[in-house]
Design a protein around this ligand. Structure first.
Ligand code: MG
Length: 339
């Protein structure tokens, strides 16, 4: 009997409007995906569409409708199922990532083992997650730093014309490690000016300083040797890794970009083969989406999995990041339940 697909749109609300260099919002529509087998065992996944990559909850639902007739008869047929989805819906990474997570959840439940265990990983090796301070006035960003007191590492969104002022306000409020994400918001000239400023404020690394295609500019920034440069928007899938390898020190993997758990693992392998750092990021997601990514964090150097922590109406309970420490569930599959 084929797997049965169920979908439900959930509107996540963030505590504060989540604003980055490209804009932002307080409401995020995500899609809860359920795959039920003949025994009534359900695998769950979440699609967290990003307008930047051309997806919305509506395009996700359309893509899922298109992929439904191509669900595998056997959920263990993961490799071929994902390859088929990628061929049929190449521009629907968030939708495909939800199906991938649901299939992996189902497989783990059928085997009675959590996903990290099927992958042979040690959950104690998960790096601590940063907590993101989105763009706002310097005063409000300072208040958010105080609200984030339980998180040991902060990620600051920049890419504005008042970045120095923002960094100063945040440094006045905390001496925690900080990382910076410009979300492609700087010009080359501005990025070169910002590098020593970031160093002086003790920033650990900078993410996506320049537009995704400007790998020459990114490479030139990296050659300054001031601080590590990580690419996010420049590196979507595993085949992008060799292209960015000479330009950046590391990559940021997101399931909503790469489209599947297996592709995420391929990205880790491809980046390691180039001697690169690897981190994982997220969209605004519930704990269901976050947990799928959290399962491979023991393979990584850094994590930014605060998507659910930024929301006020998370319907799920799964991996937690109490005090920055990523704690993986021990239940089979993804190990996610309804709250
Ligand atoms: Mg980023």
């Amino acid at each position: 009997m084929p797997l049965r697909l169920g979908t439900q749109v959930i509107t996540l609300k963030t505590r504060h409007p989540f604003v980055i260099a490209r804009g932002g919002s307080s409401d995020y529509r995500v899609v809860w995906v359920r795959l039920a087998d003949a025994d009534g065992v359900e695998g769950w996944g979440e699609a967290d569409p990003s307008a930047y990559y051309g997806e919305t909850a509506d395009t996700v639902l359309a893509a899922l409708g298109k992929l439904e007739p191509h669900l595998p008869a056997d959920p263990f047929d993961l490799e071929q199922a994902e390859a088929r989805f990628a061929q049929l819906a190449p521009n629907s990474a968030a939708a495909r990532a939800a199906l991938s997570a649901a299939l992996h959840d189902l497989v783990g439940k059928r085997l009675g083992q959590p996903l990290w265990r099927l992958w042979g990983l040690d959950p104690a090796r998960a790096p601590r997650s940063s907590f993101t301070i989105a763009l706002d006035t310097p005063e409000r960003m300072r208040e958010k730093v105080i609200e984030a007191s339980s998180y040991p590492i902060l990620k600051i969104k920049l890419g504005t014309d008042r970045d120095e002022e923002i960094l100063k306000a945040i440094r006045d409020a905390t001496d925690k490690p900080i990382r910076v994400d410009a979300n492609a918001g700087w010009t080359r000239e501005r990025a070169f000016r910002m590098l020593p400023v970031l160093r002086d404020f003790g920033v650990e690394f900078v993410e996506q300083p320049l537009p995704p295609r400007d790998l020459e500019g990114i490479a030139a920034l990296r050659r300054q040797g001031v601080l590590p440069v990580i690419v996010d928007e420049s590196c979507v899938v595993a085949t992008d890794v060799p292209r960015v390898a000479g330009a950046a020190d590391g990559i940021n993997i997101k399931l909503a970009k790469c489209g599947s758990l297996r592709e995420a693992l391929r990205m880790v392998a491809a980046a390691r083969a180039q001697g690169m750092l690897v981190m994982v990021g997220c969209m605004i997601e519930s704990s269901l989406g976050i947990t799928a990514a959290a399962h491979f964090t023991p393979l990584l150097d850094a994590a930014d999995l605060d998507g659910a922590a930024l929301t006020v109406n998370d319907p799920f309970r799964g991996a937690t990041i109490e005090g920055g420490q990523i704690c993986l569930p021990t239940e089979p599959g993804l190990g996610v339940r309804r709250r």
